[in-house]
Design a protein around this ligand. Structure first.
Ligand code: NDP
Length: 247
């Protein structure tokens, strides 16, 4: 048996139309994949390129989020894998945050992962098991002045991961978090524009000596979505070129 073989499995990747989500979706070769994002035009290109199914949905809308999961299961015929990857950041000092902005970040990054996981649960029960991968961040373990809401959401996602892992182990569902380091995507390109010196600071602190690329997340996706990780649950694994262990 190939421990890493995903043939016959069906996966939904939120935010799978670009950046880290696409890097992970591309890693799930041989699985049937649905990618989801709000922007239909952005969804179309990778879907066409990789033969995945595209679902346009705003995951901050509870009904749309549940509908996205059910649509993926229906179109793929089953649902074994959910990658809760979609996320945003609003970079501001905490004293400048509007409450609506706080809610937007929490709903995009944390509440949506809970709702999508809850919606995926009956499908995974039917499949006699499943894999949920939640995307955290270095801000799940570190602080920064401009991430009050983002850091709260990414710390929360690690605790959500642990709770779901313990609740659903009885159903043969493994739930893990991935904590990416600094990865070159649209999200961090904006961060580099907004925070002067960020690019160099990240380079200096990352033992690997480079920013990550979305495809650096493909391997961990395969591991956490395949039988190779059947006894791994509730963990939060950094994929960061060593950033988190640098003194
Ligand atoms: P991108 O901005 O490149 O991608 C974000 C994705 O999320 C897009 O596909 C976007 O699609 C989707 N998305 C955002 N909001 C919603 C929504 N309300 N409903 C549905 N889809 C949504 O960011 P990254 O690839 O960098 O980030 C992906 C994840 O990785 C995020 O959770 C982020 O916090 C995390 N992360 C990123 C790091 C990095 O260095 N890049 C480091 C650590 C964590 P669309 O616009 O079509 O809706």
């Amino acid at each position: 048996m190939d421990l890493f073989d995903l043939k016959g499995r069906a996966a939904l990747v939120t935010g799978g139309n670009g950046g880290i989500g696409l890097g992970m979706a591309e890693g799930l070769a041989r699985a049937k994949v649905a990618i989801a994002g709000r922007d239909g035009a952005k969804n179309a290109k990778p879907a066409k390129q990789h033969g995945s199914i595209a679902i346009a949905a705003d995951i901050t809308d509870e009904k749309a989020c549940r509908g996205m999961v059910d649509e993926a299961a229906k179109k793929l015929g089953r649902l074994d894998i959910l990658i809760n990857n979609a996320g945003i950041n609003i970079r501001k000092q905490p004293e400048q945050y509007q409450l609506a902005e706080w809610h937007r970040v929490l709903e995009s990054n944390l509440t949506s992962a809970f709702v999508a996981s809850q919606a995926a649960y009956p499908h995974m029960q039917r499949a006699k098991g499943g894999k949920i991968v939640n995307i955290g961040s270095m801000m799940s373990i570190f602080g920064a002045s401009f991430v009050a809401a983002y850091g709260a959401s990414k710390g929360g996602i690690v605790q959500l991961t642990r709770a779901l892992a313990t609740a659903w182990a009885k159903d043969n569902i493994q739930v893990n978090a991935v904590l990416p380091g600094w990865i070159d995507t649209a999200l961090t390109r904006r961060a580099r524009d907004e925070i002067s010196g960020l690019h160099e600071r990240v380079l200096a602190r990352t033992p690997a000596g480079r920013w990550g690329a979305p495809e650096d997340l493909a391997g961990i996706a395969v591991f956490l979505c395949s039988s190779a990780s059947d006894f791994v649950t509730g963990t939060a694994i950094p994929v960061d070129g060593g950033y988190a262990v640098q003194a």
